[in-house]
Design a protein around this ligand. Structure first.
Ligand code: CA2
Length: 148
């Protein structure tokens, strides 16, 4: 059985650590991915990590996970608030989804409080910074353990 999870990071998250540290912290995308890999290793999982600024590339990665992964951790960035296509892709693959946001989106502009992903996610984690990705991996592991 698959022992991999897909970690998806959306637009502009490649810039993590370079600007707006008061909102997103000072850690880089590489740090985020390393944290997720460390958390996943505790469950003997590996992480396939993708970051893209292009909606279609994110959708292609989600589709590919259908045959390779047991779950998806996703921070879709601003596509969270706009993309029915990413939501549909997540539903189509049928894997458990944990949605993560570094910042507390509910304490920011009103448009960030709406997510197309949250209604189809098994869990939503906001405002925990990079640690949120570790929580997300642990949550996926619990969901997985309860489903087998
Ligand atoms: O809080 C989050 O994780 C967000 O998903 C981040 C998105 C934002 O559009 C969502 O509303 C909340 C934006 C990521 C932008 O990342 C940057 C990092 C450093 C410098 C500039 C942008």
């Amino acid at each position: 059985m698959a022992n991999r999870i897909l970690l998806v990071n959306g637009p502009n998250l490649n810039l993590l650590g370079t600007r707006e540290p008061h909102i997103y912290g000072s850690e880089s995308l590489a740090d985020v991915e390393a944290s997720a890999r460390t958390a996943a290793a505790a469950f003997e999982w590996e992480v396939d990590a993708v970051q893209s600024n292009h909606e279609g590339e994110l959708i292609d990665a989600i589709h590919a996970a259908r045959d390779t992964a047991v779950g998806i951790v996703i921070n879709a960035g601003a596509y969270t608030h706009t993309s029915i296509a990413i939501r549909d892709a997540l539903v189509a693959v049928g894997l458990p989804v944990v949605e993560v946001h570094l910042s507390n989106v509910h304490a920011r502009e009103e448009f960030r409080s709406h997510s197309y992903i949250s209604p189809i996610a098994a869990c939503v984690i906001v405002g925990a910074g990079v640690q949120g990705y570790e929580f997300a991996v642990a949550r996926l592991a619990r969901i997985r353990a309860q489903s087998v």
